[in-house]
Design a protein around this ligand. Sequence first.
Ligand SMILES: Nc1nc2c(ncn2[C@@H]2O[C@H](COP(=O)(O)OP(=O)(O)OP(=O)(O)O)[C@@H](O)[C@H]2O)c(=O)[nH]1
Ligand SMILES: [Mg+2]
Length: 901
Amino acid sequence: MREAPHEVNKEREEPRYNNRLIIGLGGIGSTIVNNIISQIKLYGDIPENVEFMIVDTDPVNLAKCDQVSEKHKIQILPHENQVKLMNPWLDPRLIPPRGANGCGNRRIFGSAVYNTYGSQIIDAANAICREMSQKTGKEGFAVILISALGGGTGSSFIVRSAIDIRNMIEDNFHVKPFMIGLGILPLKREGNIYLANAYGALKELHFLMQQKEEKVVAGMNYLNPFHMFLLAGREIRGQDGSFEVIEGIKHFLIDLGFIPSKREKGEGKWLDFADIHERTLGNEDKFSTLGYYEYRFPKEKLLAYFKIKEEIPRMYQKLAEMKGELGLIQGEIREKEEEAEMLNKRIGDLNNKIFEYETGGGILSSFIKISKEKVNEWKITLENARRDLEKAKEILNDLLSKIERKEENIRNIEKKIRETEAKKETLHDELNNPPLFDHLHQVNLKDEEIKFLEERKEMLGEWNFKRVMEELNREDEYLSFSHEQLTNVEFVYKPLVNYIHTRGRDINPKVMQILTDKESYGLVRKDPDGNPTYADDRVEYIIGVLSTAPENIIPAQYHQEQIKKSLEIYAKDAPIPYHVPPAKTWRYNFAFYTLMIGLKIWPPAQGLKPRLKELGWIKDIYEQRNHEEVAENCCLFYGKWEAFTALTGIPYKLGNDRRNVRLVTEYWKDYRIITDEALWDQVPLMVATAKVPVDEITRSFDIIINEIESFEIAQSGKAIDSVIRKLKSINDSLSEKNRILNYMQWIIEINMEFDNTMRILRRKEPLLEKNKIEGVRLIIDEIRFDINTTIVNQKKKIEEMLGDEIPKKLNEVQLLYDELPDTEKSWTIQKKLQEMGRLSKEFNAIKIDFLRDIERIENPLETLNEKLMEMNKLLGSHKEGEPEETSRITGGRDIYTWREE
Ligand SMILES: Nc1nc2c(ncn2[C@@H]2O[C@H](COP(=O)(O)OP(=O)(O)OP(=O)(O)O)[C@@H](O)[C@H]2O)c(=O)[nH]1
Ligand SMILES: [Mg+2]
């Protein structure tokens, strides 16, 4: 099924990434790795080229991960004094209180812990890699790092350890490992600290991903360690997807061969690491995501249910047997107790007899002559009886402890029966009413169907999904949830995050008109359907994979072309946008996975929401936090001042830790998640957006000017009528002012956006095509002409007319009527004169407001003018060292001002 351009030379490529190391960091990261291992073990041993490792600061969580060998659990227990000693910069108030879980959600503390104990993680990874490569005889490595981004431990360690592990493998094995990161975003309703942590972690990951050149500081290479960083969200379309996201990740990684199992070796599969590597080239600076839809028949659950059903009667039988044994022992005890009683009695009698004889006063001595021998005989019998009694007591004791043990066993088995019954109930419920998920649809089974299948349970091993649904007479349903779903766009790509691929119709139509005005500016092309195509909307690479046993596919219903088309919508005009080969996997699952490489998660334009919706909600929370609070959400560079300076250009001060901490926090607080290309790509849009309110203001002024310029006084007796009409429409036209002020508000926002964007652009080379630069310059010139000439003239004209000419004309009319003798002023004329007087007064009042208010547009327009001049400069002759100079113009906050401190 592989398409020609995907052909990869296996012999050359595959061994490079033969050894796979999967690392779970923090609570959720470790749990996912633990789940992956259980899943792989379902189908046999773990292949020798796959190793797992988990790292956490929370021992309780590590203990729960029972699938990971103790040797591969890296437990980091931060010791307060040690952490303080190694991190003198750390404000002690940031150390989590005793008893807090792990890093207590503090990324800054996670950073300090990593500074102190990180080498343990790297040493462990090194030992595992060494052992694995000795076993496999191969040196290539692929490493997958998994963690949640909202916590303290995983979200810090994933940023820090990725660089160290990459460097360790390069140094020790002399190969470049293929590195994949996988981060889980929090739910919208989680506490603020989780949301803000996730934003902090994303900023740092994004920063690392932008490091395109080797930069070695203190022996550490800060080149981007990741080839691909996948994001998955717990909340998908407003629903809690905690379970689905873990299932999805697990299945995605195993079924697609990222983590080979004995069943899915990863070689000769639809996609291997060399393929993935090829697709990620050039997109390492952007995030990616995975899509997941699964239709599942609960074969494993069903078999487990049958097994339990068979087990329970056996358990009851065992219980009955044990109770029987208990009865037997109880009998024995009764016998022994009687025996002991009898012996006790005999001993008493003998003692009495001997006593009476030896004291001589008894009845016996007077009537019977008793020989000494007889007494001795009694004594021997007494001794024997005593011994027998001891023995009986011993046996009795044994029996009593035996019965205690039996009773304990019985209690245990009763407990086990109760548990098993409960488990049976749960399984039964899960078969009857499986929970409904957006990404995971499990077939529900009615009691008769369960019974039907129980009678044929041997067949379950031989049948497959399609066959079993036919046997149940549910083939229509099978078709609907498998094949038909695949041709529905939504299901084809179902990403595990809330990603909106296009900016769609969100852009103001007037801005759009400017952008797509091909004749004048040539900024944005239209596709054949007339929709604008923005390079920034495109997902760089989309791969769709159908994963099921081939027997489950109904060829006539599997519309591969249609699926491809659906994917194409999101891939836009990406060079090789999709790939839909079926992967051979499980017989009872019908799954469709998508791998989407190169997401543009930022807002596509000024004033729009980010394409990755999660980014919107975590950003909002983060930005409400003050400096101290934000520090808790940051990790990278604390205590690594030298690297901070080398990578950001912001100088640290030796020995002034408090200041250095502040610098790092401030840097992250201001950091924006966007690539240089995207930022430049937004320039035409920003400039086109600026043109709209300026155009609108000139248009509003034109309306007013037209209105007042046509103020002519009719020469007949109708003069007063025309004046009244005119005054009304002039007064109306002056309400255009409100529109003008609205546009002014928009300009103020645009100015802020220019500030934010240019703050970053000032340090970057322009990354815009020449023709676009020309288009943008043209728009800038037009706007500046409007600001400096058109609007200035319009204002001047309006001021003259309103302040001077119209009052003069009104005066003329007034005079005209004043000269009229009273006898000629009819009642109607008098009424009209009154009306004119009222309108003139109104005019005067509106006029004063108007002239005062439109003065307010001057400042924003002047600022915009300055921004545009600077933008022009940035587009043209960008030189190193220029930023300090230009930053003064905007007066905005600029991180370069730190240089002067
Ligand atoms: N899918 C899923 N995610 C969860 C669950 N519980 C917590 N999370 C996510 O995990 C994030 C916290 O990450 P953890 O891995 O628990 O934290 P950690 O890395 O151990 O960090 P600390 O415990 O603060 O040291 C939260 O923001 C949640 O989004 C769960 O049951 N399912
Ligand atoms: Mg934890």
